[in-house]
Design a protein around this ligand. Sequence first.
Ligand SMILES: Nc1ncnc2c1ncn2[C@@H]1O[C@H](COP(=O)(O)OP(=O)(O)O)[C@@H](O)[C@H]1O
Ligand SMILES: [Mg+2]
Length: 316
Amino acid sequence: MKTNQTAIAARGLRKSFGSHLVLNGIDLDVTEGTVYALLGPNGSGKTTTVQILSTFLSSDSGEVRIAGHDLLKEPEAVRSAIGVTGQFSAVDNLLTGEENLLLMADLNHLSRQEGRRRAAELLERFDLGDVAGKLPITYSGGMRRRLDLAMSLVGSPRIIFLDEPTTGLDPRSRKTMWEIIRDLLAGGVTIFLTTQYLDEADELADKIGVLDQGKLVAEGTVAELKRLIPGGHIRLEFADFARLETAAHTLGDVSRDDEALALTVPSDGSVRSLRALLDRLDSEAISVEGLSVHIPDLDDVFFALTGQPKNQKVGK
Ligand SMILES: Nc1ncnc2c1ncn2[C@@H]1O[C@H](COP(=O)(O)OP(=O)(O)O)[C@@H](O)[C@H]1O
Ligand SMILES: [Mg+2]
């Protein structure tokens, strides 16, 4: 039986590849109908975690319950409750978009008629109707990713795993994917996603787990996590000391660097806060020589949590 609506519960997950210890005792709980984001740099074990939770890979030890089913004892029941969109596409390039969906319908034991209906519905929902009869190699990255996700939804899963759903997408496709994820959530599904991007976790997740060196080094709501990391700021530079003085006086809550003639103002980095700041300076006729905006990113999180920069730099 399900207790307190936990969709995913893992205890003491461990996994090594040879002598390489990748997961060193992971515990996590995902509440039904919420989004959990597993955040970590390249190579931190995100895909390994998803593969274990979704029955593709066995752990060395640990217990997992998915939708109330024990992963080891009832893998079939687990598989029928979940949908998985992997980091590497499940799309078959020799089949059209529609054929890919119909194949998934077959694999999910839908009747031919039900499969057609489901495929048509998903093509429409993911804005793939126009390219349904085309081969996926003609698709853009965003379209491919949407087809991949549509394929994992054919069986109407209640729990969806999305492994880096937006890595490599352009900003617009990324936003579209975020909208789709929010829609799924509104439909009551539980989402477990992995990401390398703090802003993505911030945007979507009810709860975030930060994975580093095989451990969850922090776990909590976005707000809880944000309290642990240094906030964003705007750095202002001035042409001379007089302007620096006046600006510091006008803005109040700032830290100053007299030598560099610079002020650091706490800010969420939004356009609105930037505009408000500049308006205040304008109203005192203080001219600004240089300005830069700093929004906290994964590096800041890792630095705050571990005192170390993240192991590997990942390209944007
Ligand atoms: N099948 C495998 N055999 C050996 N090493 C692996 C295998 N899969 C993953 N690894 C290693 O485990 C670590 C974690 O990988 P992965 O889970 O893919 O990380 P992430 O998804 O966070 O980038 C990496 O160092 C990777 O090289
Ligand atoms: Mg991965």
